[in-house]
Design a binder for this molecule. Structure first.
Ligand code: DAT
Ligand code: MG
Length: 149
């Protein structure tokens, strides 16, 4: 079963959007398999955003993601990686479609509320960067027959 890594960034936490954001993935029908609330270290931030190391916004990105607590999550379900990206919306909240998390709650690219893995390879890398195997729960929601034919 496909898994993706999602993180509610410090702005999402500070703005009291944790419940609202989790609700969108829950009601869509995806399964939560990992969840923790943490203060991100500089080391973890730099590893997580490693692909952006050479970009001009890299230092501010690391500073922002380490500026307050974050909700780190792993969600499971068929097609969850691409679907979560759609639920999240475009990188810039100003151009993200209404109905998406970024489109509904944000106005600035540096305050775009939530991270979501962008492909199967990055999802796998990010899940194992943020979570140990023991922190992930394998379970079958009772809802399954009502979500799948
Ligand atoms: P996404 O988070 O949609 O996967 P990304 O991986 O391209 O976007 O970039 C990671 C984060 O970096 C993004 O959520 C916000 C920040 N960012 C991206 N492009 C930026 C830019 N041009 N100026 C400032 N911050 C930017
Ligand atoms: Mg990205």
């Amino acid at each position: 079963m496909e898994r993706t890594f999602l993180a509610i960034k410090p702005d999402g936490v500070q703005r009291g959007l944790v419940g609202e954001i989790i609700r969108r993935f829950e009601t869509k029908g995806f399964t939560l398999v990992g969840l923790k609330f943490l203060q991100v270290s500089k080391e973890l931030a730099e590893q997580h955003y490693g692909v952006h190391r050479e970009r001009p916004f890299f230092p501010s990105l690391v500073e922002f993601i380490t500026s307050g607590p974050v909700v780190a999550m792993v969600w499971e379900g068929d097609g969850v990686i691409a679907s979560a990206r759609k639920i999240i919306g475009a990188t810039n909240p100003l151009t993200a479609e209404p109905g998406t998390i970024r489109g509904d709650f944000g106005i600035n690219i540096g305050r775009n509320l939530i991270h979501g893995s962008d492909a199967p390879e990055t999802a796998q890398k990010e899940v194992s960067l943020w979570f140990t195997d023991a922190e992930l729960v394998n379970w079958q929601p009772h809802l399954t027959p009502w979500l799948h034919e």
